[in-house]
Design a protein around this ligand. Sequence first.
Ligand SMILES: Cc1cc2nc3c(=O)[nH]c(=O)nc-3n(C[C@H](O)[C@H](O)[C@H](O)COP(=O)(O)OP(=O)(O)OC[C@H]3O[C@@H](n4cnc5c(N)ncnc54)[C@H](O)[C@@H]3O)c2cc1C
Length: 408
Amino acid sequence: MKNRVIIVGGGAAGIVAAIFAARKKAEVSIVEHNDKVGKKILVTGNGRCNLTNERMDSSFFRSDCPSFVSEVLEQFSYTQTKQFFEQLGIVFKSRLGYCYPASGQASAVLDVLHMELEHQNVNVVLGAHVNKIIKNKNFIVEAGSARLEAEKVIITAGSKAAAKQGSDGSGYELLRAFGHRIIPPVPALVQIRCKETFLKQWAGIRVDGKVSVFVKGNFVASDQGELQLTDYGVSGIPVFQISRYAAKALEKRLPVTIQLDFLPDQEIWEVGKFLESRYKMRMDKTLEEGMIGLFPKKLIPILLKQANLSAKSFWKKLSTKEKTQLSWTLKQLTLPVTAVNSFEQAQVCAGGADLSQFNPHTMESKLIKGLYAAGEILDVDGMCGGYNLQWAWSTGAIAGYAAGGEKV
Ligand SMILES: Cc1cc2nc3c(=O)[nH]c(=O)nc-3n(C[C@H](O)[C@H](O)[C@H](O)COP(=O)(O)OP(=O)(O)OC[C@H]3O[C@@H](n4cnc5c(N)ncnc54)[C@H](O)[C@@H]3O)c2cc1C
């Protein structure tokens, strides 16, 4: 009789796990509660699917167990991913290392995966919510009235992020029932909410800058790029990149602040000199007028007010202290953080199944023989740039290969 493998959740990790297990001649079923598999893949990269990145190592991933990530990437990383998708028909297009299908369509990625599932005769059970898994000699997977039996089970049910695409956090409970520890998941790659009187005023501004997160006054992380200022706080890729640190600290009820640096390429002493020469060339201009062309117009009165300066005042009338104050405001506008946006708006979760209870060479549970997990359900969150899908492809491939037959 064939080795039977049941995969709980047909997302990126589950589909790849199914393909690799089926290629090892296992009899594979995916059990998915949505009416189709791979729904989340379709919304990735704004519908274009940033499926991996040419720059790939463990420094682009966050976890309580970083060495596990390195061990996974040593087995299945960018090169293997490119080879896998090229074999399926995807031509890679790179934008500064960020890889997309040349067609520019996430649907192409799902289409080729779908074709391979069919080619490998994977049994796909749709509209079936797995609520219980029992382990006797074999595993019994219960999904409503359906009961499936297999020697191996791979849990790839995702996290709690973007539940609209099917990941409702129920996978955590399935693992918990087998004694697995779940590090509390929090939203990541998400917007940050702040408390300030001027937020409504700056809503809609897009400006280049650096955002840094501080916990209990201590610097934790920063990122630079286009910031989007909103009526609740801040958004944009650099904000997404650091949001998991804010979310984790808020979960522990620690005080969190962010600092915005609107002139990140200049040191503080350079800013003073820069302002001095800029205003000296525009002696007849008010402080507000003199900043036009440097910052978005809506932002200027806010920055001046935060520096306790009148927009109508002139540079030559400022004291040294006031000039310094303006420089610091441009470099370190500080806002208290109240929250991050919800799981629904988050692209991924930070936290998840504790990696120390899994074997990085097989993704098999160290607690339950024959039980595997892969993808976002695990305690790993990648940065923006194709790293989360890479984690799903890598761990899915390793788990599928191991559960399907011999080791990778
Ligand atoms: C808007 C958005 C854009 C993104 N863009 C990118 C990007 O461009 N690049 C990138 O690398 N990452 C991106 N990500 C993150 C990436 O999509 C995910 O990290 C990745 O898809 C996770 O794959 P997964 O298979 O682990 O989980 P999921 O894709 O969430 O799949 C889990 C599957 O399990 C099913 N399921 C859950 N519970 C059960 C149950 N009890 N019974 C049956 N089925 C169940 C779900 O319906 C789902 O189909 C994005 C995420 C979002 C939300």
